[in-house]
Design a protein around this ligand. Structure first.
Ligand SMILES: NC(=O)c1ccc[n+]([C@@H]2O[C@H](COP(=O)([O-])OP(=O)(O)OC[C@H]3O[C@@H](n4cnc5c(N)ncnc54)[C@H](OP(=O)(O)O)[C@@H]3O)[C@@H](O)[C@H]2O)c1
Length: 282
């Protein structure tokens, strides 16, 4: 599994991690086994949130990482309506309890809400001083929001921005990705398969491009998609899978390197909309 520097943190993190949205809806033992298989295969970045299943997803993750916490880069997120200074601290305590751990590797604001960023950042800094989080970042932030974080917290912040990124939704490449690249902020792309049904029809031109590249490497189309989404720093991706087979397939993309020509073909088949677009409103 390829790893790369995770923003301003001192950590090298697997480029392909594991999402957990709706993971609590799967058969519990199969879901736990799938997450553990993902860890075995190097997908050590696990992304969760207090939102997912109202905490139930964190409980499943807690079971999966029990006894192997040291090998995990564990991320969770605070909801915007909990993002006051004291609210962030209380929400983190809840996540730590459900996850069965004493610290998170990174804690994110899920999206920007009504609380001033100063408040949220003060909560993050308090948690970091206590060793309950090792770093903090944001999610669904546009450039203006990122600039504001940097003005408040200084260089090196946020550690990451987690944003929507898949072949049909490349809006971050217009401004967010270049900004993060310039300022050393990790970009964690979510919903790499467009949440579900993210692959083009195999008989379409786009589908054929992906299939040809996959055949040339002896891999699957999904593995080509994931490799494209992490084709250069500072990109990471976090597909969600609820069964070990899907997990293993996704992990297999962690060693796949596409040539410049292959990246150019995918680029042409899934063109970037150059119009300035904001991130989705959640
Ligand atoms: N920060 C945010 O606002 C935000 C928003 C959305 C998502 N996220 C994070 O990003 C993660 C990933 O995004 P997502 O859950 O929206 O969707 P996704 O990863 O794009 O797609 C998940 C779907 O793809 C299927 N799948 C995964 N691997 C597969 C494989 N190898 N073969 C066939 N099907 C496969 C899954 O099926 P099975 O379940 O049957 O395996 C599931 O239906 C989330 O789980 C969450 O952690 C963050």
């Amino acid at each position: 599994m390829q790893k790369r520097h995770f923003g301003s943190s001192s950590r090298d993190v697997a480029v392909i991690g594991q999402g957990t949205w709706f993971i609590e809806e799967g058969e519990p033992s199969a879901t736990v086994a799938a997450l553990r298989r993902g860890l075995d295969l190097g997908m050590t970045h696990i992304d969760c949130a207090e939102l997912y299943g109202s905490g139930a997803a964190e409980e499943v993750v807690g079971e999966a990482i029990a006894g192997r916490r040291d090998g995990v880069f564990l991320v969770s997120k605070v909801l915007p309506n909990h993002a006051s200074r004291s609210g962030v601290i209380a929400a983190c305590e809840g996540s730590l309890t459900r996850l069965g751990t004493d610290h998170l590797d990174c804690y994110l604001l899920h999206w920007r809400g009504a609380y001033p960023l100063q408040e949220t950042i003060a909560g993050f800094e308090h948690l970091q001083a206590q060793g309950k989080i090792l770093s903090w970042g944001v999610s669904n932030f546009d450039v203006a929001d990122l600039e504001e974080v940097r003005r408040i917290a200084g260089t090196g912040h946020p550690v990451c921005n987690q944003v929507l990124y898949h072949l049909q939704e490349r809006a971050i490449e217009n401004a967010v990705l270049p900004w993060c690249e310039k300022h050393g902020v990790a970009v964690v792309g979510y919903s790499p398969f467009a949440h579900k049904d993210g692959l083009p029809n195999p008989r379409s031109t786009r589908g054929r491009v992906l299939a040809e590249i996959a055949a040339a490497h002896g891999v699957t189309v999904r593995q080509v998609v994931l490799a494209f989404l992490v084709r250069r720093p500072p990109l990471f991706t976090i597909p969600k899978a609820s069964g070990s087979e899907h997990t293993a397939e996704n992990a297999g993309a962690g060693e796949l390197r596409l040539s410049e020509g292959e990246v150019a073909r995918i680029d042409e088949a899934f063109p970037l909309d150059r119009r300035a677009r904001a991130l989705p409103t959640l």
